[in-house]
Design a protein around this ligand. Structure first.
Ligand code: TYM
Length: 331
């Protein structure tokens, strides 16, 4: 059976971008593939969280995975730092990753700009760790959002390079995956860029946000004075609202507002009200489960332990073969 891997950094609560970029695709894939879904806590160290924050956000993300419908009976859910095999493979991949290619990665350049006081080696070699996460299970598919495309390209480069270097056909080349044709980017509410945790409070809608908070955030979303000509192309903030609408609303609703826009009759207030209600309806079941699961430490522990054991079996097999291929052999 084909293997699927994906992960999310525990840097805060999960938002709609995480949900539509990774989680919802993963939930569909767990029905048909052998799936591993993990919490990338090693990765989050690149931004230096405190131990208390780290533990809290790992728990939060574990709860939200389950609340969003990842089923520990179908998929393997685990915590990245529970798998020392990943760290070993990361070390090995670092030996064949070159400074020039790592410095050219867009996310590295962005992070270096955002945190000039903390451009650590982990940021630079982030793609090596991510490649290790994926190829440790010899995965073929990786459900992620558009922002991870370049990391997947690097993963393929590292897998290919390993195979060529040791003249083996060991690691497959994984593909970023989405159920639609293209990888998606969910926009934020501030009129530019993507939905993200670091972009300011009002930009992201979290899966755990209450209905009141969702209404407030959506109503404050940036718009303009409205179209002046029929069938006028939409400027970015308006296009963003329509992208959100297309993620959560019914085809009739989307068509209705498209027609209103194209005939210059649109009232953004109405669009936002509808969008807020559709987001609330969409996230209702997830929100309820977040509350229930947060209080169930015994269940969370069981999920994490079960996941660790299954993930280590898969990773252990890969690392044993990698050691043999490289020439680390027992006397
Ligand atoms: P992270 O933690 O930034 O985001 C987790 C997932 O959410 C997706 N995502 C989005 N998708 C669409 N629109 C958005 N606005 C949006 N914001 C976030 C991301 O594409 C991602 O799928 N490097 C990864 C974590 C990782 C990983 C891996 C993923 C580590 N190892 C191995 C897959 C496989 C990251 O930082 O994602």
């Amino acid at each position: 059976m084909e293997i699927v891997v994906s992960g999310i950094r525990p840097t805060g609560k999960l938002h709609l971008g995480n949900y539509f970029g990774a989680l919802s695709n993963f939930r569909k894939m767990q029905e048909e593939y052998q799936c591993f879904f993990f919490i990338a806590d090693y990765h989050s160290l690149t931004t230096h969280p405190t131990p208390v924050d780290l533990h809290g956000t790992v728990k939060q993300v574990l709860v939200e995975f389950l609340a969003a419908g990842i089923d520990p009976g179908k998929a393997t859910i685990y915590i990245q730092s529970d798998l020392p095999e990943t760290a070993e493979l990361y070390l090995l991949l670092n030996m064949n990753a070159y400074l020039g290619e790592l410095e050219r990665v867009t996310t590295f350049k962005e992070k270096a700009r955002k945190q000039p006081e903390n451009i650590n080696a982990g940021l630079l070699t982030y793609p090596c760790l991510m490649a290790a996460d994926i190829i440790i299970h010899r995965a073929l598919k990786v459900p992620v959002g558009k922002d991870q495309e370049q990391h997947l390209e690097m993963t393929r480069t590292f897998a290919r390079r390993f195979n060529r270097m040791y003249q083996v056909d060991f690691f497959p080349e994984p593909q970023a995956f989405n159920f639609g044709d293209e990888l998606i980017k969910i926009p934020g509410l501030d009129g530019s860029g993507k939905m993200g945790k670091s972009e300011g409070e009002g930009n992201a809608i979290y899966l755990s946000d209450s209905p009141e908070v969702i209404r407030k955030k959506v109503l404050r979303a940036v718009t303009d004075a409205g179209p002046e000509r029929e069938n006028q192309p939409k400027p970015e903030p308006i296009r963003n609202l329509f992208t959100l609408l297309s993620a959560v609303s019914s085809p009739e609703t989307i068509t209705f507002f498209e027609e209103q826009y194209n005939s210059c009759r649109i009232r953004y207030g109405d669009l936002k009200k509808q969008l807020a209600e559709d987001i609330i309806r969409y996230t209702d079941p997830i929100r309820d489960r977040i509350h229930e699961l947060s209080a169930d430490d015994a269940f969370l522990r069981k999920v994490a332990w079960m996941g660790r054991d299954k993930a280590r079996t898969s990773a252990g097999q890969t690392i044993r073969e990698v050691r043999e291929i490289i020439g680390f052999r027992e006397f």
